[in-house]
Design a protein around this ligand. Structure first.
Ligand code: ADP
Ligand code: MG
Length: 352
């Protein structure tokens, strides 16, 4: 039986820009979600990771992991693509909730697989649309487009410079030479994370309302004085961060890794002080890394209030640095971080 495999992703830079019509620079990674699909008389979803098998009715929403799968079936039908009942077996080596976007990988693996099994003839952009629609409208998460886009369009040894307002994109060679990217998971997730995420989205909408503009792309630095303190800082982050994405693309193309690293540090400071989505644990890790030889840059990734730190390091340094970090983090927070090594990889595809 064929299986369909979709990757997780890491976003090098461009945090909290993807729902603000901004720029992002993600790449697909070598950790993935796989689905095996069999036609059946009923819907039966199994996940190794969830240690669960669930039988459900068409479009049944259970408020758990099965919603991501049923959401895809629902979104396909809403867009005019008919499917029939299937059994779906999910397996995965992608950590959940570590900011690697397991949800989009799950959606895209299924959407791609159903496209093959039922010969629906969706193109790549449609697959992205199906995943986003499933997550936004069926699961009920106000996600941007980056995660699903990367799960579909990812390309080994390349990052994707994506304009989320037009969906124009450019593959940027990800040739890190003597350097490497890795993640340190703080193994922390503060309760605040989803409520504050929604609040930031509302604040960004408030910026647009206040300025009478339809898209964040029309917001300029001249607009900042028209905003009150909090909104001004949120907007400032988005404007600066978009600029940093462009600079990071140029740095990557020119192999200017020191510059790329400093952009990561700057991004973190902005997320901490202007966008205010970091927390003690992630600030601690980035602060620690900043003082270490062989570390060029680091920043929190994802929604915030915990999650992972992306690190740009000279090859050969990370192991030792991580050991020292682990000790120090344990002393301060009574728990351990984890080191997640990552490589770039291709987008969704079939595996035998
Ligand atoms: P992430 O940053 O990993 O995307 P989300 O909260 O957006 O975090 O999505 C995680 C959710 O996706 C899980 O709670 C679960 O519902 C679903 N999911 C991810 N991987 C699997 C899997 N292997 N099996 C079943 N459900 C999964
Ligand atoms: Mg997700």
């Amino acid at each position: 039986m064929p299986k369909f495999r979709a990757p997780g992703r890491v976003n090098i830079i461009g945090e909290h820009t993807d729902y603000n019509d901004g720029f992002v620079l993600p790449f697909a990674i070598d950790k993935y979600v796989e689905v095996e699909i069999n036609r059946s008389s009923q819907y039966v979803f199994t996940s190794e990771k969830m240690k669960e098998q669930v039988r459900l009715q068409k479009y049944e929403r259970l408020g758990k992991w099965t919603d991501y799968l049923m959401g895809v079936i629902w979104a396909l039908e809403k867009l005019g693509y008919k499917t029939e009942p299937v059994e779906v077996n999910v397996s995965s080596n992608l950590p959940i909730g570590a900011g690697l976007s397991s949800s989009a990988a799950l959606e895209i693996a299924l959407a791609y697989g159903l496209n093959e099994v039922f010969n629906l003839k969706l193109d790549k952009m449609k697959l992205v649309e199906v995943g986003v629609k499933a997550e936004r409208e069926f699961v009920g998460v106000r996600c941007g487009v980056m995660d699903q886009f990367t799960a579909v369009f990812g390309k080994k040894d390349h990052a994707i410079f994506l304009d989320t307002s037009t969906l124009n994109y450019e593959y940027v060679p990800l040739e890190l030479k003597d350097f490497e990217l890795a993640l340190v998971d703080s193994n922390t997730k503060h309760e605040l994370s989803s409520s504050e995420y929604n609040k930031r989205r509302e604040e960004c909408e408030a910026v647009l309302n206040k300025l009478g503009k339809g898209s964040f792309r029309q917001v300029t630095y001249e607009d900042l004085p028209k905003l009150d303190d909090v909104l001004r800082r949120r907007a400032r982050h988005v404007l600066d961060e978009n600029k940093r994405v462009s600079l990071a693309v140029r740095a990557l193309k020119r192999s200017e890794f020191a510059l790329l690293g400093s952009l990561l540090f700057e991004s973190h400071v902005s997320l901490r002080d202007l966008y205010e989505v970091s927390c003690d644990e992630t600030d601690f890790i980035v602060g620690f890394l900043k003082g270490e030889l062989g570390i060029l840059g680091a920043r929190m990734v994802g929604g915030g209030f915990g999650g992972s730190i992306l690190v740009l390091a000279r090859k050969g340094y990370l192991g030792g640095v991580f050991e020292r970090l682990e000790e120090s983090y344990l002393r301060n927070f009574k728990k351990r971080p984890s080191l997640i090594r990552i490589q770039s990889n291709d987008g969704v595809h079939m595996v035998m």
